[in-house]
Design a protein around this ligand. Sequence first.
Ligand code: ZN
Length: 303
Amino acid sequence: MSVRIKFLSKLFRGIYLFSMLCALCSAFCICAANAECDIRGVEKDAPVLCGVAAQGGFLYGELDENWNVYGGDEKISMNGIFVMGLDRDMPEFLQMRFCKSSGRALFGKDSCEVFTYKIKQRTYGEQKITVAKEFDELSPKDQKRADAESAMVQKARARAINLDATGFLDMELPDNLKPQRISGVFGTGRIVNGNPRRPHYGVDIASPRGTKVGAVADGIVIVASDMFYSGNTVIVSHGHGITTSYLHMDGMNVKAGDVVTRGDKVGVVGSTGRSTGPHLHLGAHWRNVAIDPQLVISFGEKI
Ligand SMILES: [Zn+2]
């Protein structure tokens, strides 16, 4: 059995064509600016996927109807297009199961084939930061608030499936943020006031207070809220479980439910919430898996 897979390919901004054969893909495809369709499996006949095969990256492609793909035990294909985020600590070998549906609901048996993809392993640094005591040792009231906000965000991300949207294929940092200094990278272990805390799941872009923050791709705003840790926070859904988040802003220009196009102002750079100075914390997720903005969003140059 060979898996038939077709690929999202992009000829130029805004126009997507669908090439039919994976065997031709690497020769024909021009993918999203930040990704390539040249990810080959360990097995020779494994489908060639698009994306970035590294911890913090993502894989995607499009399957013919009646095919499904599973990453681990989870079905990750929806209406043909599938995306899988690769978390910070993803092991070196990822197995994906491609199944052809028999078309019979009760007694039919899907035929499946498993292929293995090698995921580049990365090393992450460690950073010591000092924050005001009330942001490290939370009062019961603040703890309750932070927990409720975290649950709300997780729920919003889990719901952000949005099958019709493909903004995630074309994510790019707005021009006015490109020359700014990167002051924090994805994955860094964090020692906060001397205690180990969860790693840094985003990229910090040091920019003057008031700098315009534009959405990195077309999408729908799913969260626009003032939160304990992240201050004024906007989260935009770009389709198929991919979201981007904009944290610590001084102001917000959108509300949940708003439709945005790439570059639309969602807020301005600030230092609200637990922040050590004006900067934009830009995050990216697949469902609730944090992925690396510098790998999945085009920053205008290879970093
Ligand atoms: Zn940050």
